[in-house]
Design a protein. Structure first.
Length: 155
């Protein structure tokens, strides 16, 4: 036990150090922004995994052919979450919640780049009906989803 305490002192434990000579741990224990960074990172990991699951499941159900319902679903659900969370945190009392859900989770969960690419492919393949359905569906449904999120928050 004494050796463990000596080791902690020798490695400049934040509790026992008299100087900050070895402050490699400081990011985790002393930086005010570390918790914010970790909120964004954790939200992004969960959002990316959720996006992968939903788009993969959608693709499997359609046998990799047809309309990109997975992209539409994650964009609409993500917009609803953003509408709810950003309304909840408009006063910045819950910045960590905003960073976790809106910046981290929804930033990784929603797929505007995939939406844009899929739209261009439909245009290139001269599938004008599907192109318009994708453009209008994503934009209109996502705008309504944001309004729904705001309305759900306000009760």
């Amino acid at each position: 036990m004494y050796g463990l305490l000596q080791c902690q002192r020798r490695w400049s434990s934040p509790l026992t150090a008299h100087s900050r000579a070895d402050d490699s741990y400081y990011f985790l224990v002393g930086d005010r922004h570390a918790a914010k960074h970790l909120c964004v990172a954790f939200g992004a990991v969960v959002g990316a995994l959720a996006r992968f699951f939903i788009t993969h499941l959608s693709s499997e159900l359609s046998h990799h052919h047809g309309f990109p319902y997975g992209t539409l679903i994650v964009n609409v659900v993500g917009c609803a979450i953003v509408g709810y969370v950003l309304t909840l945190t408009a006063d910045h009392d819950h910045d960590r919640w905003r960073l976790l859900m809106a910046t981290g989770f929804c930033g990784a969960f929603t797929t505007f780049s995939a939406f844009a690419y899929e739209s261009v492919v439909y245009l290139h393949e001269a599938k004008f009906g599907t192109f318009m359905l994708n453009i209008v569906g994503n934009n209109v449904l996502c705008l309504f989803a944001v309004l729904l999120g705001v309305r759900l928050h306000r009760g």
